[in-house]
Design a protein around this ligand. Sequence first.
Ligand SMILES: Nc1ncnc2c1ncn2[C@@H]1O[C@H](COP(=O)(O)OP(=O)(O)OP(=O)(O)O)[C@@H](O)[C@H]1O
Ligand SMILES: [Mg+2]
Length: 345
Amino acid sequence: MQVVGLDIGFGFTKATDGRNQQIFKSVVGEAAEAAFTNPISLATEAARAHRQISIGDESYFVGETAEAGSRGRGFTLDQQQLLTRYARVLASAAIAPMVPSGEPLRVVTGLPISFLRRHRDGLAALLQQRHQVTLTHADGSKESKQIHVEKVRVIPQPFGALFRHMLNDQGKGAVQRFVTDKIGIIDIGFRTADYAISDRTRYSERGSQSSDAGISLAYTAIANNLTEQSGVQVELYRLYEAIDRGSIKIKGKRYDLNKLTERAFGALATRVATELNRLWADDWDLDAVIIAGGGGAALLPYLQPLIEHELIPVDADADSRMLNVQGYYRYGRHLWPSTPAQPNG
Ligand SMILES: Nc1ncnc2c1ncn2[C@@H]1O[C@H](COP(=O)(O)OP(=O)(O)OP(=O)(O)O)[C@@H](O)[C@H]1O
Ligand SMILES: [Mg+2]
């Protein structure tokens, strides 16, 4: 029996078994039959990250493989759609490469706070099955696997980041202050911003809420501006690398993104700070605030001057997109302590 943390985000799907981790864009597309495989390309990064999975009669490209190679491909910013259309494929593609076929798995995953009540049982039912899948590797070889999910626990998404700080990899309480203090958590993802309060580990209903202030708001503003300038509609998930780089090339012309990004991120940070001050108006006694999510890291320089609470910094070398899923894993080890640790190496 093995514990797996799974985070199906609007931007990225993440999974870990405590030793290995998976992260890829939450994009699913039709698998294309290659008429020609260039042997040189088999040695590239893209080939190593090739993600192709078949479930039943359908074969899919997933993540960056779909982004680059699928004619019909989709992603969504709608929770219902994410669950009904994509969640099963994304979850299987994330878990399959890490686990032995047939091994009983216990999965901890999360939902944005506003969707927790409505979708918790549906998500658990969708995952808790024996999923028969076939992975196709870059060289065309196939590997059949049964993903046997025997138990699922669904928790409020930002609590992943809290458990990441509170527990160690064995699921034991590691840092006392997260157990005894009143902690606020801000998880800024691609579509949602989730705010939660843990008061001596108790979930505070009053202080917890989801909003739409995810990074995609800023990305939409940038994409709209690019459409005005270039006439091309850039899909949001194709903007990560460009924004990181500070420029994008469209039909031979390079557009600077630094100014646009600064403006859009600044506006989003202001919105987050406003929501937060309203939501936590009565919670001025917070001991500290954790900032999580990939969007949290991206917005931090803009957000920091606007937040008066003590902020708990993320280790500079940690990928903040992974905080929730690492916390889910640790919480799983806490719930099911008899599960053996993954051997190192
Ligand atoms: N190395 C990176 N590559 C791509 N995006 C990154 C990277 N580092 C940080 N980011 C930021 O992380 C954001 C995605 O964060 P995250 O993975 O937490 O979202 P999500 O969990 O998929 O979304 P949601 O919580 O709304 O479902 C991106 O929009 C981008 O701003
Ligand atoms: Mg998220």
